[in-house]
Design a protein around this ligand. Sequence first.
Ligand code: UTP
Length: 412
Amino acid sequence: MKHNIEEIKRKLKKYGQEHLLNFYDTLDEKKQDQLLDQIEKIDFELINSLYNKTKNADKKEEAVIESIDFIDKYKLNGDYKYYEDLGKKAIREGKLAAVTMAGGQGTRLGHNGPKGTFDIGLDSHKSLFELLCDYLKNESAKYNVQIPWFIMTSKENNSATIEFFKKNKYFGYEKNIHFFVQGELPMVDTEGKILIGEDGLIKEAADGHGGVYESLLKSGMTEKMKELGVEWVFIGGVDNCLVKMVDPVLMGIAIDKGVTAAGKSVVKANPHEKVGVFCKKNGKPSVIEYIDISEEMAEATDKDGELLYGESHILCNLFNISAIERMGKTPLPYHSAFKKATYIDKDGNKVVPDKPNAYKFEAFLFDAFGEVDDMAILRVKREEEFAPVKNATGVDSPETARKLYNDFYKLS
Ligand code: UTP
């Protein structure tokens, strides 16, 4: 037997998690093995400390926040072509790969299935995945290359995602598509007890989009990229149907400035828009959340009247592989989110909560930005690059995304 059950019991007792074996005897042998595997992989110290943090209001760390320089894509004048040519050359040489993070749960949208399979209601009824794939195919043709597409899934949606691609014959892009699965962390209830899911195993949830760097590294994807000759990696979300994964100007700027990371921003709709903005934290690139910005900072402007903290982070970033390798080895802080999670209670009953009941722990992609010394920020136009699908209705919904998409592609 590969597991030392007595050792596991001792460990569970130490951390007050003995209930995890309550239904062990009712599981078949394969699941018993899976459960013990899960338990052995849990960092109980980490889970304990993350749970304890949910009880104490986060102490704000002391940090020096300053504004960060940005370049406006449409005020580059003569330099535009210079950067564009530099980027185009690198793309034609096959140095760019695209990563789409599709491991989220999409709880706000409430779609039954991976978010990428969602149809935003275009006349074509294409899914988000197909829209992104169409875009990549077009760009590949433009540059006479095959831009490799790396898709991050979660354990929860990996097989449904792959099934969807198979069913759709990979939209004709099969040999360029690579799937990899992100990491997970156990969910805990309000008492700090790890939840058991309906399958009798530990209830785990994806570890946030910040998990992308480590997963790229651990799954061997960075090695694969290097074999393909890739040097630059665009990382974006699955839920922005206007995401421009191939941007020669962004790439040209990164190359010319000798930085290993570059991010796109759109200017805030108003000083108090609830978005995270690019900034410098203790001299390093970072993103500051709207709740951490004072009213005075939010309204502050520079000599040209531009908001000092006005560059919204839209989850569209470009990294040199060397930066990903560094970020993938750096542990990121986890943030907790209080969510609804179906679980099996101590009497073996399935509980479907109607309000949040458990903590999920997530790392944020931008918490790794401080690993690079400098980052080029390129301000782009919202109507050209940012059509997020977050909510079922209202702002950032299929309706708003559909309109932005149709307007951009002049479809109606
Ligand atoms: P969001 O933070 O908007 O989360 O993700 P979400 O899962 O799509 O939606 P909610 O919050 O549950 O309603 C932004 C992007 O990051 C990806 C998402 O798939 C989306 O493309 N993501 C998020 C991951 O890939 N993994 C995660 O663990 C979290």
